[in-house]
Design a protein around this ligand. Structure first.
Ligand code: TXA
Ligand code: MG
Length: 339
């Protein structure tokens, strides 16, 4: 199949909407990462997403809406907590999990009794949802296991020839996927950190638990609350190792281990002291910049043929928690503390 590259103009939106109504797949920009969209009410269309991405069938999809009221069509109950969160953070990078309505096909919910719903803030995402007249199921538009795409070029790199079209809305703002919270548990629980922070969620809801899988690898035999968190994810081909220590310890370790294919993912300014090729992904105090750059940097290491990447990782708080969560997975939780 020939993948069409569509512009975010009247013609592009009209074509994308037509493809979606016909049951096809379109890569769409959102404020977090690019999504691979299909009609969320059509199980056959949703099944094509799994085939194109090579996604395990037990990993459910997020359903995207373009006005709050659409949520009432998708879930059986909208609790007070959901209304509060929507008021505070929608449209925006927050996904809520609620008991699903019968119209949600099993392909979308992966057989779970719940469905994930998100109202994105990106104008192009809102327009394509409105213009297609459909709620859109959309996981990140990458090949399963690869870093999520933050540009239309990333989408084409992974999925060219496997999807009908990609709508090019330029680079994404946030750069990591949405925060996922479940409201289907007795106490609200953070399943995946993102642009809306745990601190912000607690300010609105009071108690919010953090799922174990946010910070730690899933223990043998434990069922993942969010199926997506159990897979090795966000991985470049290189072996990523997170180094903990001071600036000087980091530089000394990396320089002592320089060699063919050895590269660094570091903070702005660190590269002046490094004797290996480096990508700076933000200043050490700017978590949002790191979130914005992370996936592009991970893809760039592949393009440069990196074999080992020594990475610096922010503290797990604020938006830094999302960066930490993704980078830990990219590293397969391999951390080296430099004493
Ligand atoms: O920012 C985002 O959320 C992007 C853009 C495109 O909106 N989408 C995205 O989708 O990241 P995806 O499929 O890559 O990640 C969805 C995550 C997965 O970890 C999945 O397991 C979890 O949400 N999820 C979806 N439905 C769920 C449910 N009913 N219960 C628990 N986890 C669920
Ligand atoms: Mg994904």
């Amino acid at each position: 199949m020939q993948t069409e590259s569509l512009k975010t103009d009247d013609k592009g939106f009209a074509r994308a909407a037509q493809i979606l109504r016909q049951g096809g797949l379109v890569g769409i920009p959102t404020e977090t990462v690019y999504g691979l969209a299909a009609n969320a009410l059509d199980g056959k269309a949703a099944a094509k997403i799994f085939a194109a991405k090579g996604r395990p069938a037990d990993n459910p999809l997020i359903v995207h809406i373009a006005k709050f009221e659409q949520i009432y069509d998708l879930v059986t109950e909208v609790p007070e907590a959901a209304k509060k969160l929507a008021k505070a953070f929608w449209p925006g990078p927050l996904t809520m999990i609620l008991p699903k309505a019968p119209c949600i096909p099993n392909e979308v919910s992966a057989g779970l009794p719940t469905v994930a719903v998100r109202f994105p803030s990106h104008p192009a995402a809102q327009r394509i949802i409105a213009e297609s007249g459909l709620p859109l199921a959309a996981p990140s538009a990458n090949t399963s296991g690869r870093p999520s795409p933050t540009t239309a070029q990333h989408v084409l790199h992974d999925l060219r020839g496997k999807i009908e079209a990609v709508l090019d809305g330029g680079p994404c703002g946030v750069g990591v996927e949405s925060t996922v919270i479940t409201l289907a548990t007795p106490t609200p629980r953070l399943l995946r950190p993102g642009g809306i922070t745990l601190e912000q969620l607690r300010a609105v809801l009071g108690t919010v638990e953090m799922d174990d899988a946010v910070l730690h690898p899933l223990k043998e035999g434990v069922r993942a609350a969010s199926p997506g968190m159990k897979y090795k994810h966000y991985s470049p081909k290189a072996d990523v190792i997170i180094l903990q220590g001071t600036d000087a310890q980091y530089a000394a370790y990396v320089n002592a281990h320089k060699g063919s294919g050895v590269m660094a993912l570091c903070y702005n300014g660190d590269d002046a002291h490094l004797e290996v090729p480096a990508i700076c992904y933000g200043s050490s105090s700017d978590d949002a910049a790191m979130a914005h750059e992370l996936f592009d940097a991970l893809r760039e290491f592949d393009a440069r043929g990196a074999q080992t990447v020594y990475a610096r990782c922010p503290e797990p708080k604020g938006v830094g928690l999302a960066v930490y969560n993704r980078l830990m997975r990219a590293a397969g939780f391999e951390v080296l503390a430099l004493a």
